[in-house]
Design a protein around this ligand. Structure first.
Ligand SMILES: Cc1cc2nc3c(=O)[nH]c(=O)nc-3n(C[C@H](O)[C@H](O)[C@H](O)COP(=O)(O)OP(=O)(O)OC[C@H]3O[C@@H](n4cnc5c(N)ncnc54)[C@H](O)[C@@H]3O)c2cc1C
Length: 377
């Protein structure tokens, strides 16, 4: 390590870690990124189905599970500031009609490329196939021990190991238990029998003991075990076993329009919904209503009820809830309140956001914040 320059170790070369490395190196620190995989940024390449939904316009604290904690970082790194940062690295971005931001190239590799190029230009050292096993302190410096027996020392450590990282537990931090979120939901399947593979624009309301917890409109995808789609991924952050999803299959129609449609088609039997819904959805509505009574049909169209049993396909969940408890970190610098010189960012903290660019935004923004703090404070 060069004399006089502060050394910063970043544990994990993912979205947050690479931004932390850039921010620390930009203010003169000597930075090393340690990555357990054989390459940095592998997960980044898979995001947004290979397109990388890197941020959202706008991003607000309420889009996350701990609004009070993320507020300080987001006030400095809002959507515009983050896109400006990427622009300064040479990345052009575009926004879709829902506010989701993507690289203009439409490929996640562009995002990784500009981050890596900037790291190289700043002299950030990348050490791959280096999995941190433990963190300790010796004579005021941090000692990093890796699974293959290597050791390294540094002045500051930024833990950027992503979801499921338990590295901070050993450093004395309280860990919130991990659970998969942003994944499909397993529900009772009788009301959606025969619908697997169909997509439908709906409004889904999450009910707990009859109380409305959350509602969102968008496309859902029926699966043989339950439901999927972006709306459902967002609901999976809040849903618990026993909750009910109430699905309105005609979210853009008002009651009078739906009642008029039902009255006009009365007596058509199995053809009642031809021209309105996919044939199989029409059949499911008739089956769920149990009769041609207009109140029963109206309820089957606007409040299809599915009881939540569990999250599904957890191995492919986009985000892991849980991680280092945020009350033990300074929300402005992301430094540990328990161990000076130790920082934590991204998904390694107990922060999760909605689907739509919010999780990457947090990883990037928290990385930029901690990198700057670790190099300066
Ligand atoms: C399929 C998929 C698609 C997604 N799409 C989107 C999307 O489009 N938009 C969005 O906002 N979010 C998306 N997400 C979520 C987003 O990818 C994560 O929230 C984000 O990557 C978290 O960034 P991070 O830097 O905290 O962790 P990560 O990106 O997970 O990086 C952590 C890095 O640390 C390394 N590491 C872990 N432990 C150690 C250790 N002990 N020693 C050394 N290295 C270690 C890992 O190998 C990894 O490279 C998606 C997730 C998935 C799985």
């Amino acid at each position: 390590m060069g004399k006089g320059r502060r050394s910063v170790a970043v544990i994990g070369g993912g979205a947050g870690g690479l931004c932390a490395a850039i921010a620390a190196a930009e203010v003169g620190a000597q930075v090393t990124v340690y990555e357990r995989s054989n390459r940095v940024g592998k997960k980044l390449l898979k995001t947004g189905n290979g397109r990388c939904n890197l941020s959202h316009d706008p991003v607000t604290p309420e889009d996350y599970n701990r609004p009070d904690f993320v507020e300080s970082v987001l006030s400095r790194w809002d959507n515009a500031a983050l896109l400006d940062f990427f622009r300064s690295l040479g990345l052009y971005t575009v926004k879709d009609g829902e506010g989701r931001c993507y690289p203009l190239s439409d490929t996640a590799s562009s995002v990784l490329d500009v981050l890596r190029l900037r790291c190289q230009a700043l002299g950030v050292e990348e050490q791959c196939s280096m999995e941190l096993r433990s963190l300790g302190q010796r004579r005021g410096r941090w000692v990093l021990r890796f699974t293959e027996g290597q050791e390294a020392e540094c002045d500051r450590v930024i833990v950027a190991g992503g979801g499921g990282t338990a590295l901070l537990k050993e450093a004395g931090h309280r860990m919130v238990p991990f659970s998969p979120i942003l994944c499909p939901l397993k529900t009772d399947t009788a009301p959606i029998r025969g619908l697997s593979g169909l997509r439908c624009r709906c409004r889904v309301t999450l009910l707990r003991d009859g109380r409305r917890i959350y509602a969102e409109s968008g496309e859902i995808l029926f699966r043989d075990y339950g439901v999927s789609g972006i709306v459902i991924l967002n609901l999976s952050r809040l849903a618990r076993k026993g909750d009910v999803l109430s699905v309105n299959l005609l979210p853009d129609w008002d009651e009078a329009q739906i009642q008029a449609m039902l009255a006009e088609r009365k007596g058509r039997g199995s053809e009642m919904f031809t021209g309105v819904f996919h044939r199989r959805i029409g059949e499911a509505i008739l089956r769920n209503a149990g009769s041609e009574d207009s109140a029963a049909l109206y309820a089957a169209v606007t409040a299809l009820r599915l009881r939540v049993e569990d999250t599904a396909d957890a191995a492919n969940a986009q985000v892991t809830r849980g991680g280092a408890a945020v009350d033990e970190f300074d929300s402005a610098t992301l430094e540990s309140r328990l161990r000076q010189g130790l920082y934590c960012i991204g998904e390694a903290l107990d922060i999760d956001g909605k689907c739509g660019g919010y999780n990457l935004h947090w990883a990037f923004a928290s990385g930029l914040t901690a990198g700057r703090s670790a190099a300066n404070d």
